[in-house]
Design a protein around this ligand. Sequence first.
Ligand SMILES: *Cc1c(COP(=O)(O)O)cnc(C)c1O
Length: 459
Amino acid sequence: MAEYHIDDLLALFGEAFAKLQTGFKDLPKGVGGVVPDPDAMKDVLFGLAERLHDNYPYFHPLYAGQMLKPPHLLAWLAYGLAMWINPNNHALDGGRATSAMEKEAVAELASMIGWGAHLGHLCSGGTMANLEALWVGRQLHPRTKTVASEQAHFTHERISAVLGIDFEAVPADRYGRMDVQALEALLQTDDIGTVVATVGTTATGAIDPLPKLLDLRERYGFRLHVDAAYGGYFRLVDELSEEARNAYARLQDADSLVIDPHKHGLQPYGCGCVLFRDPSVGRFYKHDSPYTYFSSTELHLGEISLECSRPGAAAAALWATQKLLPLTKDGEFASGLRQSRRAAKALYDKLTSDSRFLVPFPPELDIVVWAPKAKTVSEASERAKSIFFQAACLDLHLALAELPVTFFDLESAGMEPDRENITCLRSALMKLEHYEWIDAIYERLHKATEVVMKAAKDG
Ligand SMILES: *Cc1c(COP(=O)(O)O)cnc(C)c1O
């Protein structure tokens, strides 16, 4: 990979900034506020740089824990450039150019799913995007229940409470996917308006069996919403399990879908996206504000979004990133996702041949989970936490996850199931560099585990 130099980037930004300013060069001088005091700003900025040291190094390959992928440098520059204008994509008056960019970028996301006609927009993140989808579901089927798997993001239950929707969790199978039989039992007894399928669960990257859920939709007539906040982009990758591929091939049959450009789409935070297959659901958003929009007769973004003010800069960053890295199967962006899959498989292979660990299943996407073996589940959970801390001392940052013990073959490991959940280790290998760093990552994991095992023996 080509190295970049921060000076080159800042120079590039300077040139782009000068070009931006030429568009406004005929304005009278002196408009635009007070000249700031650079010395006072320097003090604050240096203080900020100090304060920011109190973070894990999310940008580094040894950060291999939570879902944190650094934004693309182009996204960073594009966001900064657009921020100078600070457009508001609530309405065309507030963000003319960036509203058009939002529509283009969202259409590209829809087209990746397989949709031409669609309704969709960007929003602050997956939570807000899912809220809009569940809200539309409720408008269509009032007084019905919404269900999602036990492994779905906790936001669905909470959003349902906010919206006043009855919610129920459907049990998951031992691979963390929605149990279709359990869902059908619920469909027979309850009035279910919306079923949420997760394509790429947050804990393990599991993929709910979309083809079977769509068969059930034929018979029971619910709305199928797909939460692909994390996993959506893997639509561009063919090297997946057959079941996963079959699920991705049916994404286009969902009624609505959520994807988070700020998860795998190389965007800074504040960039989620909700998409509806049927554009006519736009009618639910209708309002007649007396003051916002006068510059267009077309339905614009402020009329199809629950949030009002939204950063046009987020749309500019996404638009620019997709221009450079189009969402195609044979492009550089998709090859980055394949690289993440490779890293996850490499880590999985190492873990399964290491007798100290118990791995529940191979990664569907790029998230790997594993537990240290011990006599009991509670001991293993304590051990996982200790390894997490020891690894951090060696600059390797992992994550912890609480998973049902039913995911693990405890019997083969001779582990006593004294708890229903096990705390295990988890790694989301989202960065391009992770594949090349797997040996270095494993070496640190090995050392941290040795320290913990030794302490367990001595203690
Ligand atoms: C991250 C995530 C969410 C929540 O999205 P935010 O962008 O954090 O608000 C919802 N669902 C899934 C599957 C996720 O991975």
